[in-house]
Design a protein around this ligand. Structure first.
Ligand code: ADP
Ligand code: MG
Length: 282
């Protein structure tokens, strides 16, 4: 059975989409069968996998409204080595249309039940909100991968996310847990990033992935070529880090059956008293 992970963080621009497409490509590279689901109406993960969102006839929108199955709606990202259940602007309407429907937060979960055996990993790129779309992702997942930049406000947002995950765990999905925090866009020369990184490790322990994704311009350039960095420039430092992350995940994760019923997350942390270095000494 596939292990189903959401890549989530309610902040925008923290690297969710970059993580999802590069992890998908990295997992495919190390021999895993991967389905990447784009749950963000912006469709960045779809475009970033080389699928033109404007030309897609069936998307995750049709799956959520039960007018298509996952098998019917998925497409192959040939160069990337994984399948894509894409999204485009139409998905923004799903939020409103689903409100009146029954089982509205479990629609994706129901749909994925039929394809679980075809994949080793299903990765879900979530929008930057705790909306009904994100809730659909959280309801069908075994866990959440949280990409975060090591800066002060990142920690503040983390508290909200941890609380949401606990609520979903308590009320809707007993399997849901934090799989790990991924430090992304990391620059070791910045003292504050090092400090936040240390505090994350102190508080979350082995929930912080060993792999760190560096800030790397090749990862930022790749989407304009319709490719994950891992495929666009495999030799780039950022790409190599994502392949190492894929390997870490494959090694650490037990089978999907063993992922059920774990504690959702360590206690949320208050924003720690990081001493911001003042370069002027003022
Ligand atoms: P989100 O999906 O959370 O909104 P994105 O993955 O779209 O975030 O990333 C936001 C921006 O940061 C994008 O322009 C992306 O190319 C860039 N980016 C993400 N990760 C890195 C990285 N490791 N190094 C450099 N740029 C990055
Ligand atoms: Mg995104």
């Amino acid at each position: 059975m596939a292990k189903i992970f959401c890549v989530a963080n309610q902040k925008g621009g923290v690297g969710k989409t970059t993580t999802t497409v590069n992890l998908a490509a990295g997992l495919a590279k190390v021999g895993q069968r991967v389905l990447m689901i784009d749950l963000d109406p912006q469709g960045n993960a779809t475009m970033g996998s080389g699928i033109d969102k404007r030309r897609l006839e069936t998307t995750v929108y049709d799956v959520l409204l039960e007018s298509a199955s996952v098998t019917e709606a998925k497409v192959r990202a040939e160069k990337c080595g994984y399948d894509v259940l894409g999204a485009n602007r139409e998905l923004a309407g799903a939020e409103v249309e689903m409100v009146a429907l029954d089982r509205r937060e479990k629609r994706l979960r129901t749909a994925l039940a039929t394809v679980g055996a075809e994949y080793d990993f299903i990765l879900i790129d979530c929008p930057p909100s705790l909306s009904l779309l994100t809730l659909n992702g959280l309801c069908c997942a075994h866990g959440v991968i949280v990409p975060m930049q090591c800066e002060y406000f990142a920690l503040e947002g983390l508290t909200d996310l941890v609380n949401t995950i606990k609520q979903v765990h308590a009320n809707l999905n007993k399997n849901l847990q934090i799989i790990g925090l991924l430090r992304i866009m990391f620059d070791p020369r910045i003292t504050l990033q090092q400090q936040v990184s240390e505090q994350l490790k102190a508080h979350f322990g082995d929930k912080v992935f060993d792999t760190v994704i560096p800030r790397n311009v090749r990862l930022a350039e790749a989407p304009s070529y319709g490719l994950p960095g891992v495929i666009f420039d495999p030799a780039a430092r950022g790409s190599q880090a994502f392949v190492a992350f894929a390997e870490e995940l494959v090694q650490k994760m037990p089978p999907a059956s063993a992922l059920a019923g774990a504690a959702p997350a360590p206690a949320p942390m208050a924003p720690p008293p990081v001493a911001v270095q003042d370069p002027q000494g003022l």
